[in-house]
Design a protein around this ligand. Structure first.
Ligand code: KIV
Ligand code: NA
Length: 258
């Protein structure tokens, strides 16, 4: 049975932690779904891990949809959420409606995610929610703002922490069904998690969130560089290299095909 946003919200109330990972293609998504991951995010981090860009900024809406379609074909159970990429929702509410609607119609995913907590973004979340599009929020470190914020931890001063708390509360009021908390102090994430009734999903935000997410390329040990808060559960880079070298040796020594 497919997981709904209501199910995720119920799990928060029950204290059942939500497990989330990113995916960018069919096979990976299928493996994650069959492993029981609750929420599969077609993150715009695919700009880096699938497309080789150095930030998330260059990826287009069309490219996100292309990957989201593939991911969605591999998933039966998880809720699939697709990031709206940089400049596909910030211009105006009508641009956001057009982009989010296109993602839902063409890729068939269940929800979209947008970054930030400014009044402009809060308004966009309210407008999307009002027409039936579930929106996940994302505060703290927001990689689409890398040129303004960098990649450092957010919410370290009292003023910044209070601003992020206010943003999370405003996102809930605007109708967001869940919020990503990225790279903020654990105590701040714990405060937000207690303040809002919608699930918080942390990445580099400590253990006291309602769920956790990682970029799957980081978890697998496939990424070029690892953020300080990520954890590799495997060195897939090494596993692949060794298999590829074994193949090359077999080919050169005429052991393959047998
Ligand atoms: O793009 C992404 O992978 C994300 C997660 C890290 C939350 O936004
Ligand atoms: Na993202």
């Amino acid at each position: 049975m497919a997981i709904t946003i209501q199910q995720l919200q119920k799990w928060k109330r029950q204290g059942r932690t939500i497990v989330s990972l990113t995916a960018w293609d069919y096979l990976l998504a299928k493996v994650l779904d069959e492993a029981g991951i609750d929420l599969i995010l077609v993150g715009d981090s695919l700009a880096m891990v699938a497309l080789g860009h150095s930030t998330t900024l260059p990826v287009s809406l069309e490219e996100m949809i292309h990957h989201a379609k593939a991911v969605n074909r591999g998933v039966n159970r998880a809720l699939v959420v697709c990031d709206l990429p940089f400049l596909s929702y910030q211009e105006s509410v009508s641009q956001a409606i057009h982009s989010a609607g296109k993602v839902l119609k063409e890729a068939g995913v269940g929800a979209v995610k947008i970054e930030g907590g400014s009044p402009r973004i809060i308004n966009t979340v309210a407008e999307l929610t009002a027409i039936g599009i579930p929106v996940m929020g994302h505060v703290g470190l927001t990689p689409q703002s890398v040129h303004r914020l960098g990649y450092q931890q957010q919410g370290k001063t009292v003023e910044e922490a209070n601003r992020i708390i206010d943003e999370a509360i405003a996102l809930e009021r605007a109708g967001a069904f869940a919020i990503i908390l990225e790279h903020i102090p654990g105590e701040l994430a714990a405060t937000i998690t207690a303040e809002v009734t919608i699930p918080t999903i942390g990445i580099g935000a400590g253990v006291k969130c309602d769920g956790q997410v990682l970029v799957t390329a980081d978890l697998l040990g496939l990424s070029d560089r690892l953020p300080p808060f990520a954890k590799s559960y495997l060195n897939l880079r090494q596993v692949i290299t060794s298999a590829v070298k074994d193949f090359a040796t077999d080919v050169q020594e005429h052991h393959f095909p047998e």
